[in-house]
Write a protein that binds this ligand. Structure first.
Ligand SMILES: NC(=O)c1ccc[n+]([C@@H]2O[C@H](COP(=O)([O-])OP(=O)(O)OC[C@H]3O[C@@H](n4cnc5c(N)ncnc54)[C@H](O)[C@@H]3O)[C@@H](O)[C@H]2O)c1
Length: 322
């Protein structure tokens, strides 16, 4: 069968597809007009971060599955796929560790300011260390995790390892699961007030858009550090900019943006109390390998070897009746 790769994936994913006898086409030009042309006869698509417009889906006469190389799927219209009886896959077991480590890196870097110490040491100012701004411990600080799914849980494990007090807001997860982790369930109202650190792990949808905005920021401590590795749009960037500029909170770390790539003159780029990464929290080498293999297996097993398919990776399994 013919599989379209929209964006490149690790060679190990190609090997999976080849070993199952599929032919592969990799599409680099992700404009809708080109996708319509190049993907017209594919049975499956592995999709990285490009938008997948409905007009492209209409142009694919034999499309049976789109598998995201990742877990977020806001670049494809799930309702439309349901209508057309096309499966949507994700790499549910691949990403969480890498993203959780990225969160801890943000927490540590935003509180320890290692880059300033490095600069001072290199510049022969070793004795001037007392002039560096204060830095802080994670130990016994309160962290609020918004969304306790695959990634939120991995972040919780790591925060507990640092002896932090872990609070969780996720009304869709059973209280016992949260407690069994050694975490505490909390409302947003109390969570925003108590948190020294906030880490966002929510999907982006109508309910979560602008989840962090000027109203929620008003409730936070002025020492609060916010990290978003979920999706741009869950934080209102204009409100975040104003809060950081006016020192309403201490610092922020963003891996994801309302518009990607963000515009060159983005106001957040002018601030010193924010760290930014280019949506690469899940792009460690190990994670890229896992995502390539898992997305290739999901597509291949869905098309020709259903017994081997990890059904949990098919988001619309109920709608498709499988
Ligand atoms: N930066 C990256 O490279 C990267 C990589 C992977 C995933 N992500 C993003 O990370 C986020 C989390 O991914 P995941 O794999 O943990 O997802 P998941 O589906 O496993 O977990 C999401 C959790 O959010 C909860 N939730 C949903 N709506 C909520 C609401 N309104 N209030 C509170 N909780 C709510 C759900 O109950 C679920 O437990 C997604 O937005 C995903 O797109 C980013």
């Amino acid at each position: 069968m013919k599989i379209g790769l929209v964006g490149s994936i690790h060679e190990l994913g190609w090997e999976v597809l080849r070993s199952q006898g599929h032919s592969i086409i990799e599409v680099a030009d992700v404009s809708a007009s080109n996708l319509k042309k190049e993907l017209a006869d594919v049975s499956g698509i592995i999709l990285r971060t490009a938008q997948m417009p409905n007009e492209v889906i209409d142009a694919c006469s034999d499309l049976q599955i789109i598998a995201r190389h990742g877990v977020g799927y806001d670049n494809v219209d799930l309702n439309y796929l349901n209508k057309k009886n096309i499966a949507l896959g994700v790499t549910g077991t691949a990403n969480a560790v890498s993203v959780a480590e990225h969160v801890m890196t943000f927490f540590l870097q935003l509180t320890k300011n290692i880059h300033l110490s490095d600069e001072l040491t290199r510049n022969g100012k070793f004795q001037e260390k007392a002039n560096l701004p204060s830095f802080f411990e994670l130990y016994q600080k309160n962290v609020l995790i918004l969304g306790f799914g695959r990634i939120g849980q991995e972040v919780a494990r790591r925060c507990l390892g640092f002896d932090m007090n872990v609070y969780v807001y996720d009304p869709y997860v059973d209280l016992k699961i949260i407690q069994n982790f050694g975490c505490h369930s909390i409302t947003t109202e109390d969570g925003f007030k108590t948190a020294d650190f906030i880490s966002i792990h929510l999907p982006l949808n109508q309910e979560t858009k602008n989840f962090i905005n000027s109203n929620s920021i008003k409730k936070m401590k002025d020492s609060c550090v916010i990290v978003n590795t979920a999706r741009g749009g869950v934080i209102n960037e204009e409100d975040l900019y104003n809060a950081l500029k006016n020192k309403q909170i201490r610092a922020a770390g963003l891996d994801v943006f309302e518009q990607e790539p963000p515009p060159a003159n983005h106001p957040l780029f002018s601030l010193k109390n924010i760290l930014l990464t280019p949506h690469n929290a899940a792009l460690s080498l190990e994670c890229r390998k896992r995502m390539a293999i898992e997305s290739a297996e999901t597509v291949s097993f869905f098309l020709k070897d259903r017994d081997k398919l990890n059904i949990q990776n098919i988001i619309n399994r109920k709608e498709l009746g499988i």
